[in-house]
Design a protein around this ligand. Sequence first.
Ligand code: DOR
Length: 456
Amino acid sequence: MPFELLIRNGICMTPAGPARVDIGVRTGRIAAIGDLAVRSADEVFDATGLHVLPGVIDSQVHFREPGAPHKEDFDSGTRGAILGGVTAAFDMPNTRPLTIDRETFADKLDRAQGRAWCDYAFFIGGCAANADRLAELERLPGCAGIKVFMGSSTGDLLAADDATLSRILQAGVRRVTVHAEDEARLQSRRAIVERSGDVGDHPRWRDVETALRATRRILVLAARARRPLHVLHVTTAEEMALLARHKHIATVEVLPQHLTLAAPDCYRALGTLAQMNPPIRDLPHQQALWQALAAGVVDTLGSDHAPHTLAEKALAYPASPSGMPGVQTLLPLMLDHVTRGRLSLARLVELTSAGPARVFGVAGKGALAIGFDADFSIVDLNARCTLRSDDMATRAGWTPFDGRTVCGWPMATVIRGRVVMRDGEVLGPASGAPVRFRSPDGEHGLHEIIGAGFRT
Ligand code: DOR
């Protein structure tokens, strides 16, 4: 039987390491890996000189739909994803209305159907209003899990006090994803930036103690509730030291922004475009993130794609909103770090494919292995390209990395056996589907894969 797609002559990042092998795809899944030179296929992709990675899963994006389509929507956000080599994205619940119940969750699934270019899942926000229903909500097909904002950022989603956090942690079993900044400390220090109006003070307002205090609190509460955590966008040396001692409770995410930009230069060069939560800090913290990444403390790399328009960013700080686009630049920036020798390509694959799959319990994605979805990010490690705001698909229309030349570039994106991007061209139709998750009940629940049916 011919393959639907045959990827030939690439260097494939298999679980056993890089290998010059071919990959045959049938019914959207990897059907064969090896020397497939004599086999026929409907479509052959010649990957000579390229590396074939398992599809990049960006487990933190804000696609802004519903509520702020002038910043982004599922069409533009996921277009950026596939242009950047991302095959699946997990969208955050701080939309308007908030994604905190069955109706708002079902509405997102409806909106993404037929308009999303990559596969997708949605987080449900955990808060006082829905804490008692989270055990059922986290099992909805297409749900990546529960997301908690301990400190206020963009939008109204907040669970700041220990009593609410404990209720959330006690409801359900899946890993809870946390934005760890301490709300009480944020409020008590806001006068610093109200007075100065200087975005350079953003990391002084949202200081190390603000992040550390929240991470410490949530670790204690999670240990008490026996609930696993995923701590998002960790920015401080102090939290990394703490998290290294709590790997049995918490997995850890870092962002390319925090690995690439540093204070005070980023605020001087970019002003409020560099404003995000938690903030970009100085070089010693950036170095600590790299050390934690090398030491294995870090499990995932997400983009925290958080678009705001240039007009919104032009408001006088601190009225300017926090966040920057990133889904399209995640892989190019990280490939550049690979080609500069800051991490290996194998480690990158762990952080962007295997890591998110393990942390969130994704079924059938995250590895170049037989039976897995045929999701590939095909990259050229020798291509030198310049990131340009004009080339970004985001409605926001900018990237903080405008003008930066990187070495390493996504040349093609393949999702469940369909080439959806090649040489910067998007190839329709939009056919993203909800990501499936393994049952949190383990082996006994295998029949109950949380997704659009048990695809056979
Ligand atoms: O900078 C940020 N922007 N941090 C967040 O936690 C939220 C995000 C947004 O939605 O704009």
